[in-house]
Ligand binder design. Sequence first.
Ligand SMILES: Nc1ncnc2c1ncn2[C@@H]1O[C@H](COP(=O)(O)OP(=O)(O)OP(=O)(O)O)[C@@H](O)[C@H]1O
Length: 495
Amino acid sequence: MWQVLGNAATVAQLAGVDTLGLVAKIRQAARTARQNKSDCEHLARRVDDLDELLALLRSGGGGGGGGPVEPAAARTLAALGETLVEAHDLVVSCQGHGLAYNLFTARRSSERFKDVERKIDSYLQNFPVIGLIVINRRLDGLMMMGGATNGDTGGGGSGAHRDTSPPPPTTTSMSADEAAGEFTMAEIMVATNDFAVVLGSGDSGTVYKGRLHDGREVAVKRLRRRGAFDTELAILSPLRHDHIVQLVGHCADAGERIVVTQLMTNGSLHDHLHGRRRSSPVTSSWKARVHVLLGAARGVEHLHRRAMPLVIHAGVTSSHILLDLDATATTAAGASWTAATRLTGFGASMWRAAGVEPQPVSTAIAGGGGYADPELVSTGRIKPPSDVYSLGVVMLETLTGKPAMVTVWDERSSRTAAMALVSYALPSVRDGRLVDVLDRRPVASPAAWQLEPLEMVAAMVARCLCLHGDNRPGISEVVVNLERALQLICTRGNF
Ligand SMILES: Nc1ncnc2c1ncn2[C@@H]1O[C@H](COP(=O)(O)OP(=O)(O)OP(=O)(O)O)[C@@H](O)[C@H]1O
């Protein structure tokens, strides 16, 4: 949604005026105004309120105001420049006129003051959003310079004394030439061989396999709705994390709306649990399953606690947890695998300012298919615990090997009926009878020492699925639980 403008577009150029110089002049002119003095002083105070926004926009543009600016901020700057000129002219016009002028123009002046103040208020209202955009750009710049990497590469965590304070944003190493780009439709057609290979499809579009001219393999998502394109691009652009799919670029050409992301070669967790990929480590090993859940939970943790701006995913499902598995590697102990897990499906996601009230959403966003947070459905308001609920459903799905909606036999109607997995399996989990619903594909008859880590996960699932969001654990607690379960599995023989 907001590609970086050309390097020539700097803060000063976009505003078209020396904004800080104008603010000082308005202050000065208000002090010496002879007509409408109180209006002038009031206006000068409102202009003062813009100081912080101006300073942020200047520093965020990079290099003392010499760097590129996002289009949203650029538009604001250009309009802001005009408003400041208007405010200056208005205050200056109030100097040194006589009674006749005053009677003649008093009404018009008061309307002009109100108009300018209204404009200033609207900039101030947009300030948090613009500020976040600018901060993201600044962080991206720092990451590019530092080449920081701090991503999880899987395996069990220490599980001990986890620091719950938000660490600095986690990033994958991404060089400047890997920054997201804009593609033409012709480039997309070549990359996908005219949309030859379908990887999957969802609510918002169909995803195709592609290869860029530089050899990178990508997933090309052709969206049906403009809104989902804007949302997905806006949300994904600033996100850099080992458990979140990386944006490669986009195409808004020839009426098409396409988002290009890195290819995840092994499909989704859903495919492995219920679909086409029946013989994979994820089907046959509890270690692989918990490892994948941990990756997904770390992705959500990044969104909830560290991303700038913070994000509510609003669509956590097993189809939105993508995998890159390398099951071909072998070790002295036998066949082995490595796995990378990344979240996708950001078409309904939203930004969240820390400490604000839960946001109202349309019931369509409340989700469905057995993943929807019942509190969100009943209140129409979304908050981070909604993602925890949906992740709880994915965890239950992973423990039981059953999809989020199951088919059961209905005695009364003597017909099969659809039932939410939560209704079907949670009572057993809550009663401490996980074995009754546990998937037997990884281990046919699990021993008590094998059940223990899985029961740990099941206990967390029961908490994630509490009806009231406030009773659910925070996402970091879920991460710690999965780290401990994985560690236990690893120390007990990698089953
Ligand atoms: N980067 C990728 N690599 C491999 N396969 C992918 C990738 N992105 C998506 N897919 C496949 O396409 C399917 C649908 O993609 P996605 O989940 O992004 O669409 P969606 O459900 O329409 O998303 P949204 O909820 O954002 O509208 C996924 O379940 C997966 O099988």
